[in-house]
Design a protein around this ligand. Structure first.
Ligand SMILES: Nc1ncnc2c1ncn2[C@@H]1O[C@H](COP(=O)(O)OP(=O)(O)O)[C@@H](O)[C@H]1O
Ligand SMILES: [Mg+2]
Length: 340
């Protein structure tokens, strides 16, 4: 077993891994490729281990080549691969552990607090940044091929990362598979007819995901039929309120909602070249979040002025640098926004 950590190769034995998963009893999920376990490494790190049920004919060398490629992809919006294990008939991938689990669980699990509107837009931006990196930052570019809410994972502060990139590549799973791959309802109809998967097919799936964030329903629950019906009234632009997730309890910004929904509508255009690129999407969402931030800051500063009247000058001097500091911190995620 090799462990990729901060660019160094450290060896970890499979025995260590067995121990870290309490003999593979810490199951956290079951996916199409096999089970996923939580593992507590002796170094103190918590990781997720995905056991791939692979074709026994698959070459270890080939698997390793693929993994080395994936291990080079690093971005704050990707669930980075930190190691792997290639033993006969058993291939395992080790990832950063995401404490809050999948976006799907937060949208559909009744026992979890529903995601608020602000979180949903932030998740949309985080995911678009991860995909933009895969499409335009990675060399060679990577097409995800399986964007869906269970492949978006959340950290402690509800920031999102894209999981399972590169995993849908034929070589990783089954060399001989020639069937259509991906997940029903997220698949670009153009891919289904031409069998060629492009970056714009990822954009289509991303558009479905955006609608899922808005409506709180998934493709298996008739999401896209619902969207098409609504689109007849909205002409793709305004009036998307009718599809909004009831779990939001009416708490959302109407303008933001219409902006995000019309962006989503562009992503699911039947004609691939009419869909925006991930870079365009990042720009639109950054601008939405930036103008929200600016509005909030305006509101905050007028509120501050109102209550400053009743405090003395000493307090005021101590206060302003803190306020300023907080503002700078929270603007961090929107600093690279570009107006389009
Ligand atoms: N790195 C991770 N950290 C935390 N949970 C994870 C991680 N990877 C996967 N999971 C959990 O395991 C589940 C199954 O993952 P996966 O095998 O990718 O199947 P799917 O994406 O079809 O749900 C995910 O939905 C998620 O809840
Ligand atoms: Mg997955």
């Amino acid at each position: 077993m090799l462990f990729l950590h901060l660019g160094y190769w450290n060896t970890v034995t499979s025995k260590d891994l067995q121990k870290a998963t309490y003999n593979f009893t810490t199951l956290i999920g079951q996916g199409a490729f096999g089970p996923v376990y939580k593992a507590q490494m002796s170094t103190g790190e918590t990781v997720a281990v995905k056991v791939l049920a692979t074709d026994s004919k698959q070459g270890e060398k080939e698997f390793q080549t693929e993994v080395m490629l994936l291990g080079r992809l690093h971005h704050r919006n990707l669930v980075n691969l930190v190691g792997y294990c290639a033993e006969r008939n058993k291939h395992m991938l080790i990832y950063v552990f995401m404490t809050r689990g999948s976006l799907a669980s937060h949208l559909y699990n009744e026992n979890l607090e529903p995601l608020n509107w602000e979180n949903r837009v932030q998740v949309a931006l985080d995911v678009s940044r991860g995909l933009e990196y895969l499409h335009d930052g990675a060399v060679p570019p990577v097409i995800h091929r399986d964007i869906k809410s269970s492949n978006i994972l959340l950290d402690q502060s509800m920031r999102a990362r894209v999981a399972d990139f590169g995993l849908s590549r034929e070589e990783m799973v089954n060399k001989h598979a020639s069937n259509i791959r991906g997940t029903f309802g997220y698949l670009d109809p153009e891919y289904i007819s031409t069998r060629s998967f492009t970056k714009k097919s990822d954009v289509y799936s991303y558009g479905v995901l955006l609608f899922e964030l808005i409506a709180g329903r998934n493709p298996l629950q008739g999401l896209m039929e619902y969207v098409e019906l609504a689109a007849m009234n909205t002409e793709g632009k305004v009036g998307w309120e009718e599809i909004v997730d009831p779990r939001l309890d009416g708490k959302f910004d109407v303008q933001e909602l219409n902006e995000v929904a019309s962006l989503a509508y562009k992503c699911v255009n039947r004609i691939p070249r009419k869909r925006p690129s991930m870079r365009d999407i990042v720009q639109v969402l950054s601008r939405i979040l930036k103008s929200r931030h600016d509005r909030k800051h305006q509101k905050d500063s007028s509120n501050t002025r109102a209550d400053e009247v009743s405090i003395n000058m000493d307090q005021l001097e101590n206060r302003s640098p803190i306020l300023e500091h907080r503002r700078v911190e929270s603007v961090d995620s929107t600093t690279d926004s570009v107006d389009v």
